[in-house]
Write a protein of this length. Structure first.
Length: 157
């Protein structure tokens, strides 16, 4: 997939997520157990953490560094619990702004990459232990889509 196509897909998924969030009254963003054990605000903090993790890993891989040294050895559940706890005292607006900022950082990072770095046989893909396209789908676009659908189900609930 070309850089333009990747950036376009990111923009589409981001817009869909933002449109979904806009449908939620502010007071419901912190409603406990809206999405499993999490509020919508918690879920956004979770997504922001993984967006930042994507950025760290792609940035390291682009520099040719091994990901083993930067990957958090804790379980996803432990990492998610910390991400949610870290945002607990923050307002929903602050958490949403952090998510939006992480989106802009992802766009900026991808925009700075050479088109050739996004190829499945690139050094970047090799450092990511798979294709860049698969990596971004797993970490970002499919992840956002999955949680957006959960929020939409909760809204309709």
């Amino acid at each position: 997939m070309s850089k333009a196509a990747i950036l376009n897909q990111l923009a589409i998924e981001f817009e869909l997520f933002e449109t979904t969030l806009a449908r939620i009254p502010r007071e419901r963003l912190t409603e406990a157990q809206a999405i499993g054990a999490w509020s919508v605000k918690d879920l956004i903090a979770h997504l922001t953490y993984w967006n930042q993790d994507f950025i760290r890993e792609v940035d390291a891989a682009d520099r040719g560094e091994s990901l083993e040294g930067i990957r958090d050895p804790r379980s996803d559940d432990e990492i998610n619990a910390e991400a949610v706890a870290h945002s607990s005292a923050q307002s929903p607006e602050t958490v949403i702004a952090a998510f939006e900022h992480s989106f802009q950082e992802i766009v900026s990072l991808i925009d700075q990459l050479e088109e050739s770095a996004l190829a499945d046989d690139s050094a970047l893909s090799a450092h990511l232990h798979g294709s860049f396209n698969g990596f971004i789908k797993n970490y970002v676009t499919d992840h956002w889509s999955e949680h957006r659908e959960e929020i939409e189900h909760w809204i309709l609930g």
